[in-house]
Design a protein around this ligand. Sequence first.
Ligand SMILES: [Fe+2]
Length: 184
Amino acid sequence: MAIVTIPDENRTIREIEAITEHLASIGIDYERWKPSKEIAPTAEAEEILAAYSDEIEKLKARGGYVTADVIDVNPQTAGLDEMLARFSREHWHDEDEVRFIIHGRGLFHIHPRDGQVTAIEVEAGDLIRVPRGTHHWFNLCSDREIRAIRLFQNPSGWAPSYTESGAEAGYHPVCLGPSYLPAI
Ligand SMILES: [Fe+2]
């Protein structure tokens, strides 16, 4: 399950109802999905999409999404640093950012127009929908690994537009989940 933090209030939320409620209050949809049958996180993309086809179809109907794919990012991914640098500065898209996490972890920071910055650490089983126009940024956790289903209304609308606010500099992109090992 996701871990939500509101750094400026020194607050961490770990209960699903409280997470869903807080995220809804800043315009972010959050759900937990279970596959229709047991599936390995390393399965082929087609198998992954088939295992979650009911949820994907429901979401497509709800949000006008036309395509779904599976993205794999790991330390061996060519151009990983450049890719991460594009999304770790505050930006928005003209398209919803919809991700269902299959494997690995990642950290979204959401910057509401009238609310506190909220960090959402996502893991396998988490669905997050960041509506178009929402200011946000994204980092991987220290293992730099994530596999996720993406849904698109129009893949060409997904380029980031930068706010150039520098807001991301005030927040540490540190994950709290299993990949975080404190120095002893
Ligand atoms: Fe984004």
